[in-house]
Design a binder for this molecule. Structure first.
Ligand SMILES: Cc1cc2nc3c(=O)[nH]c(=O)nc-3n(C[C@H](O)[C@H](O)[C@H](O)COP(=O)(O)O)c2cc1C
Length: 389
């Protein structure tokens, strides 16, 4: 999603400046062309040479350079994505108030790129009403602000203000650049998403499960939450980390997932059932480890059909999206499932994309079939865009 994109990173003078070296490196590995602007204070933390070595591009930090007299406009024009990471309280305050007193703040004002801000600071600085007001001002003006992570901070405090992991920032850049300025369209929407593979207990050690990795469900949750929706992710076993900005509940078995989903489903505008829910559970799981014998038989019983029940109680304006993972007759089977379960949309996909980053899907609704190919994050963005249209 970032191949060949011009990404300009503005680095300001926070302790997390060193972490944006990793961010620059990761963006470059994803095929982006990365240039850097540093504030004077950022250079107290990391040298321009470090960024230059990582990006292979020049690093800019001065306004009044005889060699490059109008660098602030040249860089602003060059950038397709302009991200300030880390953004200090100082730089946030400046850009929220139109102050342009150095290369970074001037360039940010001049650019027409997608503009993203990643605040990182001490928890009390972050909670300060002036800082919060400035962040809100930026959001209201259409700037994309990625919430900081919560956890241990360099100052010794614990709380909100941590610079997110580079991987999370890269995914946020992908989602933000996909949607561009359409980003606020999901605000006030509540979206419930399920993900992953149920594990049905055989004994305390063993279970039956399936190959779902949860990547698709987590990607959908990321795309929706970053677009401003209030997302709840109910997940079984997943191989992906749930991002810090998404609320989640773990429901390992099909029955636990049924209870969690049914308990809150009515409160949601959109429900996306992406989990590979177990169709069968072990009737009588053993409380002690089953000893090795010759052959054994497991008695399986049907689990409750969550999607079907959601379809039965669906409110008129509720969007219900199902997934149909098929190994044959993908489209026909998916269409039949959409009708049987009373879904508004169904995503048909091949079983063989489970666990992979790339996918091929067909988004089916009453009057449309749309082929989606790409990374799961990219198709997640397309699905979210289509279903809220
Ligand atoms: C060791 C140290 C760490 C700092 N870390 C942060 C930080 O994480 N976030 C922040 O907003 N300010 C931080 N500051 C304060 C900024 O450096 C200060 O506000 C400065 O004026 C920011 O300048 P700039 O925004 O032009 O880069 C830190 C200062 C010091 C001395």
């Amino acid at each position: 999603m970032l191949k060949g994109k011009h990404v300009l990173i503005g680095v300001s003078g926070g302790i997390a400046a060193y972490k944006s070296v990793e961010l620059a490196s990761m963006l470059k590995k994803q095929g982006a062309i990365v240039k850097i602007i540093m504030t004077k204070n950022a250079q107290e933390f990391v040298t321009p040479l470090t960024f230059k070595s990582i990006t292979g591009e020049s690093v800019s930090y001065t306004m009044f350079d005889e060699e490059k007299p109008i660098e602030h406009i040249a860089l602003a024009d060059w950038a397709e994505i302009f991200i300030i990471a880390p953004a200090t309280a100082n730089v946030i305050g400046k850009i929220a108030n139109g102050i342009a007193d150095d290369l970074l703040s001037t360039c940010f004002l001049a650019g027409k790129a997608i503009k993203i801000i990643v605040p990182a600071m001490n928890v009390y600085m972050y909670e300060n009403k002036v800082v919060q007001r400035n962040i809100q001002t930026l959001r209201d003006l259409g700037y994309l602000v990625l919430d900081p992570d919560i956890g241990y901070l360099a100052c010794g405090y614990s709380g909100k203000g941590r610079f997110p992991e580079s991987r999370e920032i890269v995914d946020a850049i992908k989602v933000f650049s996909y949607f561009g300025t359409k980003i606020i369209s999901l605000q006030n929407k509540k979206i419930l998403i399920t993900a992953g593979a149920n594990r049905e207990k055989i004994d305390p050690m063993r279970f039956i499960s399936n190959r779902s990795s949860g990547k698709m469900g987590v990607s959908l949750a990321k795309a929706a939450a970053l677009m401003g929706a209030k997302v709840m992710l109910i997940h079984a076993h997943i191989e992906e980390k749930v991002p810090y900005y998404i609320d989640s509940i773990k429901a390992e078995t099909a029955n636990l997932m049924y209870n969690e989903v049914m308990g809150i489903a009515d409160n949601y505008d959109i429900i996306i059932m992406c989990a590979a829910v177990a169709d069968y559970t072990i009737e009588d799981p053993a409380n002690e480890k089953i000893k090795k014998k010759e052959n054994i038989s497991l008695q399986l019983s049907r689990t409750k059909d969550i999607l079907f029940e959601l379809g039965q109680r669906k409110k008129d304006n509720q969007i219900l999206v199902g997934f149909a993972a098929e190994s044959e007759d993908m489209i026909d089977n998916a269409k039949a499932k959409m009708i049987k379960k009373n879904c508004t949309h169904i995503i048909a996909n091949s079983l063989y994309t489970s666990g992979k980053d790339e996918t091929e899907q067909v988004l089916i609704s009453k009057d449309k079939e749309l082929k989606l190919i790409g990374s799961k994050l990219e198709t997640a963005c397309k699905i979210i865009e289509e279903i809220v249209k």
